[in-house]
Ligand binder design. Structure first.
Ligand code: COI
Length: 354
């Protein structure tokens, strides 16, 4: 095991920074100059490296490619009002990565290895953190199996990598989503709570069917009855129902979103009633008909706070009322933006300077 971490750093001699048009970046298509990488071999994490971002060589027989032994995180770094850079809740991402690792029979990552690798990478590529409001540096930590072995058992060796992308918005318009009542993202007892690659691969076909019908995304419902709201795949879902902030309670089939946690904490700070409970599609549609569904929005690292404008239910589309400037989603977005930019009081100690 590595105790003290001298990170072997090989800097690029051809930075791509000058070639990037930061005002017109499409989400996930532009990668910063460097990445952090460390291998797990013989039961131990090996010497960590920072190297120029680029392709990697892996065994074609690794079980990430064949059986989905792969997990990831999504997190962000923000330009600060004083010119510095800070990470939003990085230890929450580290802890959740280890929850996913345990579910997928992968080794846990020690906190110091994760945090030191992350901070050194962000410091080295600090110029890639966009300063424009609404922009950020998206960070993608991930781990995958590397054994060259075709049998079905957990790999003995793994690689953990972090790379980063400057990003603007993931969703550029208010969303059209529909309740999914045929396919299932995850059942209770499955791996839906883990940020495992297969959860996303399995969701692509039903999501594509919805996209072909003009929706951005699905609202997944529970596996046994297709009755209760789960999440939306790229984000958790929050409703404002009759003045209360309501969201599905966590379970083994729902990702424990860090933006979800943050939004609920801020709602409580604002003195609002928060209910984490079962919420059915019928309840949502009845509330909408009765004028009691005030807001619906997705919450996620990439999605941020994504307004839902239209919900599809049993073949019909229903438009939601346009939230006024005083609506919770606008206030919580502004509060989060201020904390992340180092402009609002960070009473929960969410920000970590690099
Ligand atoms: C995130 O919000 O970070 C995600 O991982 C969702 C999506 C981009 C896969």
């Amino acid at each position: 095991m590595i105790d003290i971490l001298p990170i072997n750093t090989q800097k690029t001699d051809t930075s791509r920074l000058e070639s990037v048009d930061f005002d017109h970046i499409e989400f996930g298509k532009v990668f910063s100059d460097h990445m952090f990488a460390v291998d797990f071999v013989d039961g131990e994490w090996q010497e960590p490296h920072i190297v120029p971002y680029g392709d990697i060589v892996v065994s074609p027989a690794n079980s990430a490619l064949h059986y989905g032994q792969a997990i990831f995180e999504g997190m962000k770094a923000y330009h600060q009002a004083d010119g510095g850079v800070a990470l939003f809740r990085p230890l929450d991402n580290w802890a959740r990565l280890n929850v996913s690792a345990q579910r997928m029979c992968m080794p846990e990552i020690p906190e110091d290895l994760f945090m030191q690798g992350l901070k050194e990478l962000i410091r080295l590529d600090a110029q890639w953190v966009p300063a424009k409001p609404g922009s950020s540096l998206y960070i993608r930590p991930f781990m995958f199996a590397t054994d060259g072995f075709i049998g079905v058992r957990p790999s003995f060796s793994y690689r953990f990598i972090i790379f980063t992308c400057p990003v603007n918005k993931y969703y550029t318009k208010p969303l059209r989503v529909r309740f999914e009542q045929t396919y299932v993202r995850s059942a209770e007892g499955g791996a839906g709570y883990a940020k495992a690659a297969g959860n996303y691969g399995g969701a692509m076909y039903p999501s594509k069917l919805a996209q072909d019908q003009g929706y951005h995304n699905l609202i997944w419902t529970d596996a046994s009855e297709h009755r209760y709201v789960e999440e939306s795949g790229t984000m958790n879902i929050v409703f404002v129902l009759d003045g209360k902030v309501v969201t599905p309670a966590l379970s083994t089939s729902i990702l424990d979103g860090i933006t979800r946690r943050s939004v609920l904490a801020l709602a409580r700070d604002m003195g609002l009633t928060v209910e984490e409970r079962k919420v059915s599609s019928v309840e949502i549609m009845e509330a909408l008909a009765a004028g009691k569904l005030e807001e619906a929005f997705g919450v996620g690292t990439a999605a941020t706070i994504a307004t839902i404008a239209t919900i599809g239910y049993e073949g019909q589309d229903y438009d939601l009322p346009v939230a006024p400037a005083t609506a919770f989603s606008h206030r919580v977005r502004a509060a989060l933006d201020a904390i992340r930019a180092g402009e609002g009081a960070d009473i929960h100690d969410w920000m970590v300077r690099v």
